[in-house]
Design a protein around this ligand. Structure first.
Ligand SMILES: [Zn+2]
Length: 301
């Protein structure tokens, strides 16, 4: 059975995205600071196992293990020459598990430095870099691209444009927002919600929203979702919270929200008008399964 276009499906029902990939790879032995995308070729069965767990948890959208697979981000590990391979194998692992009913989102994360004038990267050069990654993901057969954890609206705009140049398929774009004081939220670069979302939509994003966002609690996320929905107008909104705000334990960030804590936020998130809910850092297939059950209770009941 052919899948419908993701945007058409979103008009009919809210969808469940998957949860963290990095957290799952760390549990399975990935060393801190190591390149998780390298497992797409070195340990593809593990990457696939994570996708399978999210699929079995009921996730409608499966995200490829390619967050750090732009040539610029891979360059930090001396792996720029692996860009095409790591994106292609990452997409293949997700597609294998998502077929036939789930949609595969090709994941694109920040390139890791600053664009001019704060840094050395030229916007035109970055357009080529993100374009190369998007082309590799689309060539491997992903259904859409998700651009995540962005702090700089200019970088997000460049990534959206690169994805749109590579294909007419849907592009999802999300920022990591932080507490901006007085009930407001801003990106790390200081951009308020309204401006950040307007710029994402103007650049061509088909779905906009937030993910990650260190320091935000689940109730902060509900307030943030309200503000994003208001800013987004007719554009559908996605929210992928972390498993609560992290605590520092033995020098490591630990996310403590339990599946039932995440579940409790689902009705409020849906009430704001959010159309895709998923999870970011610290979330597991158990969290997503519980969230999916809460989602179905809200939409069916
Ligand atoms: Zn995260």
């Amino acid at each position: 059975m052919a899948k419908t276009n993701l945007l058409e499906e979103l008009k009919k029902r809210p969808l469940l995205c998957d949860g963290a990939m990095g957290t799952q790879l760390f549990i399975r032995g990935l060393a801190a600071g190591a390149c998780g995308e390298l497992w797409n070729v070195g340990r593809p069965e593990v990457v696939q196992e994570v996708h399978r767990a999210y699929r079995q948890a009921g996730c409608d959208l499966i995200t490829t293990n390619t967050f750090g697979a732009s040539s610029a981000a891979l360059g930090k590990h001396g792996l720029s020459d692996q860009t095409a391979t790591l994106n292609r194998t990452g997409a293949a692992a997700a597609i294998r598990e998502a077929t036939p009913d789930a949609w595969v989102l090709g994941d694109v994360g920040p390139f890791g430095e600053f664009i001019e004038p704060l840094g050395d990267m030229k916007a035109e050069e970055l357009l080529e870099i993100f374009g190369e990654q998007a082309a590799a993901l689309y060539a491997a057969g992903v259904d859409a691209i998700i651009i995540e954890t962005m702090s700089d609206p200019t970088e997000l705009e460049v990534a959206v444009k690169a994805a749109k140049r590579a294909s007419a398929k849907p592009v999802i774009a999300t920022y990591a927002f932080a507490d901006g004081g007085g009930g407001s939220f801003r990106t790390m670069m200081g951009t308020p919600v309204k401006d950040a979302i307007a710029r994402a939509i103007a650049a061509g994003a088909d779905v906009v929203g937030a993910n990650c966002g260190s320091s935000l609690s689940l109730s902060d996320y509900v307030n943030l979702a309200e503000q994003i929905v208001a800013a987004a107008g007719k554009t559908p909104v996605i929210v992928q919270p972390n498993a609560g705000s992290p605590m520092l334990l033995d020098g490591k960030l630990v996310y403590r929200a339990k599946p039932e804590d995440m579940t409790a936020a689902v009705p409020s998130l849906l009430k704001t008008g959010v159309r895709i809910i998923g999870g970011c850092c610290g979330t597991t297939p158990s969290h997503l399964r519980a969230m999916g059950e809460a989602m179905r209770r809200e939409t069916v009941g």
